[in-house]
Structure formats: structure tokens, C-alpha cells
Design a protein around this ligand. Structure first.
Ligand code: ZN
Length: 372
């Protein structure tokens, strides 16, 4: 993730619900397309600002502000600026990112729909990740939605792609206790399961319109992360853990949304799965990224050690980086780069049978080392 040409596009959400890192600039952004050059992405709105990445022809960016001929957007989760001169405004029908003001999409894996706006209300039915509904009205952190049979129900906003964040009320704790159907099913009765009682969030990097890095043979990071995440989730569930996947389909999720999912649960560990890319094809190996020394380092260390001892790839070790999904996460968090898809040796290993199973078992072992 770190080196790859990843453009983090923030979905155009309902303006008032979209919480950006900077208050008061949450109006729906214009979508621009990069013209026929390699466009530098800078950390400041100036031609002398430090270059933090590059965009290519056809990449799309959302503008959140325009200043001195520069457009503010986000790149790898961080504020970034690109010269407006090289951008063309896109017509609505050509936008990969379409504003969606009426519908919400469920992002929790299996989520209760209740008869009223709160966990005190009875469960009416459940919804799966990827399901979409018409939004009718809002009450605090809950949405009233239209169900397929024409009736209505209520869903917790933080388990959808339209979280309501302004309401940090005193009943936040209670709201966090909203559990999904998946959680209840995932509770193990086998006391011998080493991860029994632990809530683990598995985050498959990228997805939907964000393919992540593109590697040798055109392989897309987002599909590899999906496959690996599913396998990891399976193995952790076999060992008794309650596992929440931030996405189970090829859908786009903002970095904020991924953090929201993690922060909505009593998450014991958040694990983000990525594959790496770099212009120099000899660069290879696996690495683990942590943000906080206190909160994250021990988790990263245990999982990286376990991966390094079981995978056939070079051990690049640990890196401290303030990635958005780590830095804003309440839970101990790690971002794993499980090999370079721009390196022939790595990508062969990554795509070999059994690689995902090895990764999954190593992560499970690392978690046990960490918890005990
Ligand atoms: Zn990535």
C-alpha cells in the first residue's frame, strides 16, 4: 500500500453526513479526471511542495477545496494537493463515483434490522453486507429504511456506509453494544478454542472502484486481499474468534468507514490485509505496519514474527506509519503487506495454492501469542 499508486477516493456521500478531517468543508466534491500526464501529488498547494505520490491519466480525484489553482484531495488517506491545471471536470455519467443521496449500503457482515431506533427495540430481520435500502428518515444514529416487502425497519448507521458521527452522546457505549447476527452465530461454545471470546476485525484492503496496486500479469491487489481476508476469517472462526469483515464483496469502503466498523465493536484486534507494489521489481518481502507503540506494536510484532517464520517470503520487518486505519482505530491495529505483487518471486508464492491458508494460520498463531 505504501508505495503503490493508490488513490484513495472518498465516496461522495450525503453532504451533511460526510465527516471529513476538516470541519466545514463537507460539501459534495466535484470529480475530476487526470489529463494526459503523470501528475505529481504534493502535500502542500505549491509547485515546490513535497511530492508524496503520482497520478496517471484517467485517475479520478474528488476535490474538496480549490486554492491558488490547486485542488485538495486525499491520497493514501492523507490530505494532498494536485495542480488544477491538469484536471478536467467529469460529466456525471462518466464518473466512477456517483453521488448516492437516497440509498445506504450495509457494511456490517450480518446486521439486525429493528422495529425502532435503538438496541432496546425488537429484532425484525437481518441484512447482509452489500444489501442496499432506501433511507426514509434518521433518528440520532439510526436510519429508518424501506424493506423489500414494503414494510419499514431501523438500522444502526455505523453498520452502513452512511455512519452518523456528529452524535457522540452519552449513550455511545450502549450503541456500541449493538451486535450483528454474525456475532451471535460466531460465539463459540467450545472452551478449547484458543480465540474464544475475542472480537477480531479483518479488513480486506481496497475494493470496488479502488483496485489497489496492479501487479505482474495485471493482478489486482483488491482481489488478493479479498481472498486472503476470507481465508483468515474462516481460520479465526474455527479457532473460536468472533470475526467481523469490513467487506466480503468487491465493494468500495472509505478508510473512515473501515475504522468506523472497528470502533463500533469491542474489537480486540484490527488486521488490515494488503499487498505491496514498487516500481523496482527486485523489491520483495512481507512487512507489518503499526501506528502507536503502546497500542499497536505488540500486536504487529507477534503477527509479523509468526508470518515470517511460516511464509517463504523475505522478512522486511516492522514499520511505524500513521496510516489512517491504524491511527484512528480504538483497537490494537496492524496493517500487513503480505508480499510485493510487482516482484516475480513474491507474486508466484502469493498466487500459489496454500498461501492464504498459511497466512491465515500464521495470523491465528500470532494472535494467540499476542493474547496469551
Ligand atoms: Zn494496499
Amino acid at each position: 500500500m505504501k508505495f503503490s499508486k493508490i488513490l484513495i477516493l472518498f465516496a461522495v456521500l450525503v453532504g451533511s453526513l460526510l465527516v471529513l478531517p476538516h470541519d466545514g468543508e463537507a460539501e459534495t466534491g466535484e470529480v475530476y479526471e487526470v489529463g494526459d500526464i503523470n501528475l505529481n501529488v504534493r502535500s502542500e498547494p505549491s509547485g515546490t511542495g513535497p511530492v508524496i505520490g503520482q497520478l496517471q491519466k484517467g485517475d479520478q480525484v474528488i476535490s474538496f477545496e480549490e486554492k491558488y489553482g490547486w485542488v485538495r484531495t486525499y491520497y493514501a488517506g492523507e490530505e494532498a494537493w494536485v495542480a488544477a491545471h491538469y484536471l478536467t471536470k467529469m460529466s456525471q455519467e462518466n464518473q466512477a463515483i456517483k453521488p448516492d443521496k437516497q440509498r445506504l449500503q450495509v457494511t456490517g457482515q450480518s446486521v439486525y434490522i429493528r422495529t425502532g431506533p435503538g438496541t432496546d427495540y425488537a429484532i425484525k430481520s437481518s441484512a447482509s453486507a452489500g444489501n442496499t435500502y432506501n433511507m426514509l428518515t434518521k433518528d440520532a444514529d439510526w436510519y429508518k429504511i424501506e424493506l423489500a416487502d414494503g414494510s419499514t425497519g431501523w438500522i444502526a448507521s455505523w453498520l452502513t456506509d452512511k455512519p452518523v458521527q456528529e452524535n457522540k452522546s452519552s449513550n455511545q457505549k450502549e450503541q456500541k453494544q449493538e451486535t450483528t447476527a454474525q456475532e451471535v452465530r460466531g460465539v463459540s461454545t467450545n472452551k478449547n478454542n484458543p480465540l474464544d471470546g475475542y472480537n477480531i476485525v479483518i479488513d480486506a484492503g481496497h475494493g470496488g472502484k479502488d483496485p489497489g496496486a496492479i501487479g505482474i500479469g495485471g493482478v489486482e491487489e483488491k482481489s488478493l486481499t479479498s481472498q486472503t481476508a476470507d481465508q483468515v476469517a474462516d481460520v479465526l472462526r474455527e479457532e473460536g474468534a468472533t470475526v467481523i469483515e469490513t467487506r466480503v464483496k468487491d465493494t468500495y469502503l472509505s478508510l473512515n468507514r473501515r475504522v468506523e466498523v472497528s470502533n463500533a465493536y469491542n474489537t480486540d484486534a484490527f488486521i488490515s490485509i494488503h499487498y505491496n507494489a514498487f516500481p523496482i521489481q527486485t523489491i520483495h518481502g512481507i512487512g507489518a505496519y503499526y501506528s502507536s507503540q503502546n497500542k499497536d506494536l505488540a500486536l504487529a510484532e507477534n503477527i509479523q514474527n509468526s508470518l515470517a517464520s511460516s511464509l517463504p517470503l523475505y522478512n522486511r520487518g516492522l514499520y511505524q506509519e500513521g496510516f489512517h486505519v491504524l491511527r484512528n482505530n480504538d483497537a490494537p491495529s496492524v496493517l500487513l503487506e503480505l508480499g510485493f505483487i510487482t516482484n516475480r518471486g513474491d507474486v508466484t508464492a502469493i498466487q500459489s495454492a496454500g498461501y492464504n491458508q498459511k497466512v491465515a494460520e500464521a495470523i491465528a498463531d500470532g494472535l494467540e501469542d499476542y493474547f496469551y
